[in-house]
Design a protein around this ligand. Structure first.
Ligand code: BG6
Length: 369
């Protein structure tokens, strides 16, 4: 049942190109537009939405954070991301023009379910992004957009995460399409690029040998930091979460811009730091700013493990290791940059002799508050 792999997690990481492709499958017409018949919310109602709140827990919440950057850019609709357990008890501002999007692999997470019920009581429209047919959260929502990652067995989420990001993109691009004009045109171009991403994930998965090697040499490491910016910020946090969950190593993800406001004090000789570098074509010169961050922490002794796009030579002088990912436009990069971080955590956990699929103290789906 593990299809020749030693662990479910390894198998599920390898299935990620399909998780993305299958989540896109059957949702585009011949004209290259999205057709989401499954969203049983009236088009006019969707057009009247003036705010989106995403509710989720754990890895699913990081998918939501990635989505915030993308959906706001594509639709200009304000998007807020709330941890479901915080949302439920913070007197949230929600009304009939709010779209509450829940993200859950299992569809059974109690915290997320309670958030959805609360949102409905407050009059919001609710859409569930979910991987499990017939589960509770979709049943309690107005509409559901299924991720088609297939069953995920390993406790730590990998392929469901990529599918969740993809489904969020689909939703955001659909809302942009509904807005029409240049929003719709831009959405069409992004959608067409998105269809090419699974092949890039496949290529990336074929080039993970060095990442595995790095991980094996780090089995004694006590702390790893992760830096990212813009969509790379939630990826940094997801990289840290994976390492905590799987290898029981202290790990923290930061927004790279925050470094000088505190975390740089943590840097001393030999401190390993992963840096998720935005592509050189990212607006506002973010690429150069992150390259400067790498330079700053390296000067203080950090061991810099740099995830950068193919062809990005600017990082080379300051990198102890460069892990290459294929080119995509900036907002689609998370579908690639997270992959080496998943492989790193998996390999480090294995090197420590831990149970990758069933980490201590964790459950696949948490059905209590
Ligand atoms: C957890 C799982 O406790 O729940 C995580 O261990 C997961 O992997 C989180 O991200 C949310 O689960 P779900 O099913 O709502 O996506």
């Amino acid at each position: 049942e593990k299809g020749g792999y030693d662990t479910f997690m390894e198998k599920e990481i390898s299935e990620q190109p399909h998780a993305v492709a299958d989540t896109l499958l059957g949702r585009t017409n011949d004209a290259g537009e999205l057709v989401l018949d499954e969203l049983r919310i009236d088009e006019d109602e969707l057009k009247s939405i003036d705010r989106i709140t995403i509710v989720a827990c754990g890895t699913a919440a990081y998918a939501g954070m990635v989505a915030k950057y993308a959906i706001e850019h594509w639709t200009r609709i304000p998007v807020e991301v709330a941890l479901a357990h915080e949302f439920r008890y913070c007197d949230p501002i929600v009304d009939a023009k709010t779209l509450v999007v829940s993200i859950s692999q299992s569809g059974e997470t109690m915290d997320t379910l309670m958030a959805v019920k609360h949102a409905r009581e407050l009059g919001a429209r609710t859409i569930s992004i979910c991987n499990t047919h017939g589960s509770t959260i979709p049943r309690e929502s107005d509409a559901v957009l299924y991720t088609h990652a297939g069953p995920e067995i390993a406790v730590a989420s990998t392929k469901a995460f990529l599918a969740q990001i993809t489904a969020c993109y689909v939703l955001g691009l659909y809302l942009a399409q509904l807005r029409g004009g240049t929003y719709a045109q831009d959405a069409k171009a992004v959608l067409s690029e998105l269809h090419g991403v699974p092949a890039k994930i496949e290529a990336l998965l074929g080039s993970m040998d060095r990442v595995r090697e790095i991980a094996r040499f780090m089995a004694d490491t006590r702390s790893v930091l992760f830096l990212g910016r813009q969509v790379g910020f939630p990826i940094a946090m997801e990289g840290a979460l994976k390492l905590k969950e799987l290898a029981y190593i202290h790990a923290e993800g930061f927004a790279a811009g925050e470094l000088k406001h505190g975390p740089i004090a943590l840097i001393d000789a030999g401190q390993p730091v992963f840096i998720v570098v935005p592509g050189p074509d990212t607006p506002h010169g973010l690429h150069g700013k992150v390259v400067s961050n790498i330079q700053e922490i390296r000067a203080r002794g950090a061991r810099t493990l740099v995830i950068a796009q193919e062809g990005d030579e600017a990082v080379v002088p300051f990198a102890d290791e460069v892990i290459r990912v294929p080119h995509t436009s900036p907002l689609l990069q998370p579908l690639l940059t997270v992959v080496p971080l998943q492989v790193f955590a998996l390999e480090l956990s294995t090197a420590k002799g831990l149970d990758v699929d069933q980490p201590r103290n964790l459950a696949k789906s948490v059905t209590v508050e």
